[in-house]
Design a binder for this molecule. Structure first.
Ligand code: NAP
Length: 290
């Protein structure tokens, strides 16, 4: 059994983004991501901080925009319109979730597809579905990169995805069924009857449900590749922060059956950030070449 070292694989992607940034800077272009955070949700603050640190390490600039949780939808939309027009900004990232009174769809739709480095805009999603050039969402694309980096056979494999969100499960199903991936995909959700029956068929099992320990040892086939996307805060008074991060997979028993498994943290998470840097580099290069 191999524990997949997402940090090491992500480092190679980040190094590549850094080299591309050096070239861009030498050509007078400083890749820049506008990062918008509305409110002070602790998990969102830590994600934004990690992304900005990674951008700085790659030599990229970030425009750190912190807003109060009370910001109106109209104010947020006009901010995005001004960033769309700002030539020094190559990518726009709106940290989700947004405050409840703001419609996320409206905000995402307002981002120029040319700056949609999260890959959530309907134009980006459409391009992905049609196999056209465009930004791919970072977590699913990061999972594809992990599988490729480890030479895990995807062609002809049966991939079972637990979770159908627009962020992870659904786009991953599209990437896995592209002709150049050629997996057969089963998608599970809360309407799935007998989840274990499906997960046990998986050559590649991807857990993206956001439920700590949902996937237990008896739900996994011997030799399966297990990718745990879940990041769940589980209270633990012995931990410094009062909680521990746990994945959707019950790691100990599942690791005894899996051929490959991602840990939480240190598996998929680092890949998500690395693919974001790659998308920002892509966006800056497109501006340069326009
Ligand atoms: P989400 O929007 O809440 O979607 C969860 C999906 O899982 C839904 O489709 C839901 O089904 C399904 N689901 C929930 N409980 C289930 C169950 N018991 N059986 C079968 N299906 C179940 O979550 P998300 O945004 O996709 O995120 C999923 C997890 O990944 C979260 O823990 C999140 O923190 C983590 N995540 C990690 C990264 C990373 O970089 N590591 C990035 C993004 C997300 P329904 O559609 O029927 O409700």
């Amino acid at each position: 059994m191999t524990i997949i070292d997402g940090k090491t694989i992500a480092r190679a992607v980040r190094e590549d983004a850094k080299k591309r940034t050096e070239t861009l800077r030498a050509q007078g272009v400083v890749p820049c991501l506008a990062v918008i955070l509305a409110g002070e949700d602790p998990a969102s603050v830590s994600y934004v901080t990690a992304k900005e640190k990674a951008l700085a390490e790659a030599g990229m600039a970030s425009r750190d925009i912190r807003l109060s949780a009370g910001i109106s939808e109209a104010e947020l939309l006009s901010l995005i319109i001004s960033l769309n027009e700002d030539a020094a900004v190559h990518g726009i990232l709106v940290q989700l979730p947004l405050p409840k009174h703001v419609r996320e769809g409206r905000v995402i739709d307002a981002i120029s597809p040319k700056k949609d480095v999260d890959g959530f805009h309907p134009v980006s999603v459409g391009n992905m579905v049609l196999g056209k050039d465009g930004f791919l969402p970072c977590t699913p694309n990061g999972i594809m990169r992990l599988l490729r980096a480890l030479d895990i056979p995807v062609n002809g494999a049966h991939a079972v995805i637990v979770g159908r969100s627009n962020l992870v499960g659904r786009p991953l199903s599209i990437l896995l069924t592209r002709k150049d991936s050629n997996a057969t995909v089963t998608m599970c959700h809360t309407g799935t009857t007998n989840l274990a029956y499906h997960t046990r068929q998986a050559d590649i099992l991807i857990a993206a449900a956001g439920k700590a320990g949902l996937i237990t040892g008896d739900m996994v086939k011997e030799g399966a590749v297990v990718i745990d996307v879940g990041v769940n805060r589980v209270s633990d008074i012995s931990a410094k922060k009062g909680y521990r991060l746990r994945g959707d997979v019950d790691f100990e028993p599942v690791s005894q059956k899996a051929s490959f498994i991602t840990p939480v943290p240190g598996g998929v998470g680092p890949m998500t950030i690395a693919m974001l840097l790659q998308n920002v580099a892509d966006a800056a290069e497109k501006t340069r070449d326009a």
